[in-house]
Ligand binder design. Structure first.
Ligand code: NAP
Length: 499
């Protein structure tokens, strides 16, 4: 018997946890948020590397119920997004419900008590319902390079950037050319003496359309909120109807390639360097990375694009497969995140005593129903769960689309005296078969790249392969008929009355 029990426990105080907490509070549902960091913000707290910004338009990358008329840039930088989240969390009194510095070590379903038992760095607690809002890009992928322990300088992952570290006058090595590196490279290039970019796979770079939002526009959004809603709607619908068809059918994506090639030709005069910067895969297979500063920084005389592959790390720098030593003071790992193989599912133990990892390993890998619930794991809801990822629009939209589903489930459980809901395995299997069929011909699966969207078996367990409004429509109501239900045991007094 533990002292502390909650109706709902939420793991994580990023966009998912904050949004859920606001909506549960509106419904009068008692809950607490467990957050391992010492502040709210999730990914927007962790990622503080120079140049970190969102490549989704600011007006779209926010809660629909908490629009921010004061965005200063059409594509916001990390500090502004974090300040927005912090303000929203304060205004809605979410911060008061967060237990900071509280790391979840394990969560186990107790089928007798119909509760989750959670072990944390601050003790044990139990809850009727567990909502995992830990985020799928929260666990840095730190590849092991031979000799990395011997490196005399500093090694930093992009998502664990030490803001007090100054690269001015340093010889900097950046490993990786994904979305994070494309943002870091131009900023570091401005300050470093020399920059070596270790590229394994070139990235398609598109022109960036970012601009400062004028004071008069901000005034307009503040005074006439409908104008901001219009701009938000424009961004949402244009990316749905332009990007989704191109991603679903790579034949239609030729325009993207043309744009990216022209951008490369405009920005990199050297044909030999252009060749090394031209990817072999179809644009969209990996996340599209817009930047107007990345390619000029790579083409700069103080930058070296290294494509010969990393052999080992030595105290003075990185030795590549051609035997060359690249002398460095700092190595930045822009090597991405563990997504399909992260450790979270190892912490979660379901009804039959198996962890979520064991269940996934014995099946086809990661999988959920509606990206939210899991057969064998009653009363567990995940925000931004399997196959909820998107590359063309705002993940906040997907998270918000899940909230009515979770709220409706909690309402039905309360009204109908249901102690536990668990999605039926046949329903989950049929859902995933449908998703995989749709994913088959898409650019993520057929574009000829290796990305974090695919697991080791090449199965796409991360992307939602359709218009996002269809996802929102699916999750408008909780389909109780797809779930096993266990009713609350009657109260002892009620039992007596019945005799
Ligand atoms: P990423 O896209 O997974 O890129 C990781 C990079 O590291 C790739 O270039 C990869 O090369 C390289 N790499 C990994 N292991 C390596 C190794 N052992 N040796 C050499 N190179 C290695 O990671 P990310 O750039 O952090 O981006 C992850 C996701 O975060 C994005 O897709 C996006 O969803 C999100 N993000 C979003 C924004 C935004 O603006 N909204 C900004 C940053 C990040 P290969 O390509 O050869 O594997």
């Amino acid at each position: 018997m533990t002292a502390e029990h909650h109706n709902v426990v939420i793991i994580g105080a990023g966009f998912g946890g904050i949004g859920t907490s606001i909506k549960l509070a509106e419904d009068g549902v008692e809950h607490v948020i467990l957050e391992k960091a010492d502040d709210v913000g999730g990914t927007w707290l962790a990622n503080q590397y120079p140049g970190c910004r969102c490549d989704v338009p600011s007006h779209l990358y926010s809660f629909s119920f908490a629009l921010n008329p004061d965005w200063s840039d059409s594509y916001s930088l990390q500090p502004e997004i974090w300040r927005y989240l912090r303000r929203v969390a304060e205004e809605h009194r979410v911060v008061e419900r967060v237990r900071f510095g509280c790391k979840v070590d394990a969560a186990r379903w107790d089928d007798d008590a119909k509760q989750w038992r959670i072990e944390t760095s601050q003790g044990t607690l139990t809850t009727n319902v567990l909502i995992a809002a830990h985020g799928f890009l929260s666990e840095p992928s730190v590849p092991h390079f031979e000799g990395i322990e011997s490196f005399a300088g500093q090694v930093m992952h992009s998502a664990q950037w030490d803001p007090s570290y100054d690269v001015t006058g340093k010889r900097v090595g950046i490993i990786g050319t994904g979305a994070s590196a494309v943002q870091i490279v131009p900023e570091v290039h401005k300050q470093a003496t020399a920059l070596s970019v270790f590229q394994r796979t070139a990235a398609w770079i598109l022109p960036h359309r970012g601009r400062t939002i004028h004071a008069w526009e901000r005034r307009l959004y503040r005074n006439v909120p409908a104008t901001q809603r219009f701009v938000r709607g424009f961004h949402y619908w244009s990316s749905e109807f332009i990007a989704v068809p191109a991603l679903m059918d790579p034949q239609r994506g030729k325009l993207l390639k043309k744009m990216a090639r022209k951008h490369l030709e405009d920005q990199v005069p050297d044909p030999e360097l252009r060749k090394r910067l031209t990817p072999a895969f179809t644009p969209g297979c990996k996340r599209l990375t817009p930047s107007n500063e990345y390619l000029p920084a790579i083409a700069s005389p103080t930058t070296e694009l290294v494509t010969s592959g990393i052999a080992k790390v030595v105290p003075d720098g990185i030795v590549t497969n051609d035997g060359v030593l690249h002398e460095l003071d700092v190595i930045i790992l822009a090597t991405g995140f563990r997504v399909t193989d992260n450790s979270f599912p190892e912490l979660i133990t379901g009804k039959d005593g198996r962890t979520m990892r064991a269940v996934w390993d014995s099946a086809d890998g990661m999988g959920a129903y509606n990206g939210t619930t899991f057969a064998g794991f009653p009363n567990l809801f995940m925000l931004a769960g399997p196959n909820t990822g998107i590359g063309h629009t705002s993940l906040v939209y997907m998270i918000e689309a899940q909230l009515p589903y979770v709220r409706d489930a909690l309402r039905l459980m309360s009204e109908r005296n249901i102690a536990a809901v668990e999605v039926r395995p046949d329903v989950q299997a049929a859902y995933n078969e449908h998703l995989q069929r749709r994913l088959g011909p898409t650019v993520w699966n057929t574009g000829g790249c290796k990305s974090w969207y695919l697991d080791k078996q090449g199965r796409n367990t991360t992307i939602w392969p359709d218009y996002t409004f269809k996802f929102a429509r699916r999750l408008k109501r909780f389909d109780l008929e797809s779930y096993y239900q266990q009713l609350q045991a009657p109260e002892p007094a009620a039992q007596l009355a019945a005799i």
